[in-house]
Ligand binder design. Structure first.
Ligand code: HAM
Length: 430
């Protein structure tokens, strides 16, 4: 009203969004649960840069993947360096692990992260270009019990949040058995290629396993007829895979083996898994993970065996049961209503004092009529209103009104603090 809009309004980029204060409570609740569960399993937080040298992902994730080939936010910065907004954090964590010689300490490095990732994907429900992941990585062991524990940890977070999900697992072999399988796959592909899409034809030559990433409808019948890696695992991989299954069974975890699950990143070996939700539609993966024993060497580090997963926070929030996803509103403990300039000054002093004592106070700087200030206090759901008028100022006694039962009485400031303290201790004991 009365504002002149001379300039066009600037809006956010497609695929990004603002998370507003009402929603944030839910995100913080999920993040808090995740941190607690990670702590129980001995995982410590790591924060790596959001921006990294492009080479890290090109080499780490693989040049022929959708992520590196089509989806990265890459640009040349002012130092003529090619940089990329991280599309995932596993490569970054491994880089940090190598760079900070974390392998020196011995034992398993257990790390977790929470933060934004960037992929220029086509818009779809459950897909953003800036999205958030909660991820965990365990570096320094190839023990199949670690694979099972990672999966158990991801599932326990989901179940703590009341989210129903399903675990899909596979083994994608290793440096020994995968090349042999890829030969078999490439041969089998020859007969179908004339009917398949251009991406499939290109991939069958450069990185045949990536054919399984194809989402083109008309390619699917051919993809279903291709040989699967689980029939071609070497003895070591096969033994590792059975052991993982044994440990899952021991933990009472149900799973389905999906032999065509290869995951969209090149670094995986042996265990690959996804946790899906029935409530998400086409983009149904809540969690993706797997083993990446060779990644450290690809990035110039020592041989390191490792496994991890990442959970899509945006998707997780979408499938939270209602009782977990309630929106939340900030409420002032005390709303200070004042009349006149001297009362305004006193209100500022009182709020300063109360904040020092740990209480949240709200002042309406618009300084309208008492009626309009009370209206705002109601709207904000304040617990109490303290009324500061000229009379009150002179007597150093103020009227306090408790909004839930409309009771009001007079207090001095020390009495007010005493009252608020007794309320807090009541709350924490009862
Ligand atoms: P990813 O499968 O690419 O794996 O992503 C993991 C999860 O991130 C997905 O299951 C999904 O929930 C979420 N996600 C991915 N892309 C989007 C998007 N555009 N919008 C919303 N959510 C999305 C990785 O990123 C690997 N770094 C996981 C890993 C960790 N493997 C080993 N360690």
């Amino acid at each position: 009203m009365g504002h002149r809009m001379a300039n066009t309004v600037i809006t956010n980029l497609p695929g990004t969004r603002d998370l507003l204060p009402q929603e944030i409570a839910c995100w913080q609740m999920v993040e808090g649960r995740a941190r607690r569960i990670f702590d129980q399993y001995g995982f410590l937080e790591i924060r790596t840069p959001i921006i990294e040298p492009t080479e890290l992902f090109a080499r780490g994730i693989g040049g022929d993947t959708d992520i590196v080939g089509k989806e990265m936010y890459t640009f040349t910065d002012q130092s003529e360096r090619s940089v990329t907004l991280r599309p995932e954090a596993t490569a970054s964590v491994v880089r940090a692990y190598i760079q900070n010689t974390m392998y020196r300490g011995g034992g398993i490095a257990k790390l977790y992260y929470i933060g934004p990732m960037f992929r220029h994907e086509k818009k779809q429900k459950g897909r953003w270009r800036q999205f958030y992941q909660i991820g965990a990585e365990a570096l320094g062991s190839d023990n199949p019990a670690v694979d099972a524990e990672m999966i158990e940890m991801a599932l326990s977070l989901l179940s703590a949040l009341g989210v129903k999900s399903k675990l899909l697992i596979n083994s994608v072999g290793c440096r020994v058995c995968r090349p042999k399988y890829i030969e078999i796959l490439r041969n089998a592909l020859q007969q179908y290629l004339p009917h398949m899409c251009e991406d499939c034809r290109r991939r069958s030559a450069t990185n045949s396993l990536r054919v399984f990433d194809c989402k083109v409808e008309s390619c699917q019948p051919y993809i279903e007829r291709l040989p699967v890696i689980t029939d071609h695992l070497c003895a070591e991989c096969s033994g590792h895979f059975s052991a993982v299954q044994g440990y899952l069974a021991e933990a009472g975890i149900d799973y389905e083996i999906v032999p065509r699950l290869v995951r969209g990143l090149d670094y995986y070996v042996r265990t690959a898994f996804e946790i899906v939700s029935g409530d998400l539609g086409a983009q149904n993966a809540l969690v993706g993970g797997g083993r990446y024993d060779g990644l450290s060497e690809v990035l110039g580090g020592p041989p390191v065996q490792a496994i991890g997963f990442a959970m899509g926070l945006d998707r997780l929030v979408m499938v939270l049961p209602e009782e977990q996803s309630r929106t939340w509103q900030w409420k002032p403990e005390l709303f200070l209503a004042f009349m006149g300039e001297p009362a305004f000054k006193r209100a500022r002093e009182i709020s300063r004092e109360l904040r020092k004592q740990g209480y949240n106070c709200y002042l309406d700087f618009a300084g309208g009529s008492l009626k309009s200030q009370l209206r705002l206090a109601n709207k904000l759901n304040a617990a109490h209103v303290l009324i500061i008028g000229e009379d009150e100022l002179a007597r150093e006694r103020y009227t306090i009104k408790r909004l839930e039962d409309s009771q009001q009485w007079e207090v001095t400031i020390p009495e007010l603090i005493g009252y608020l303290q007794s309320r807090t201790s009541e709350k924490s004991t009862g």
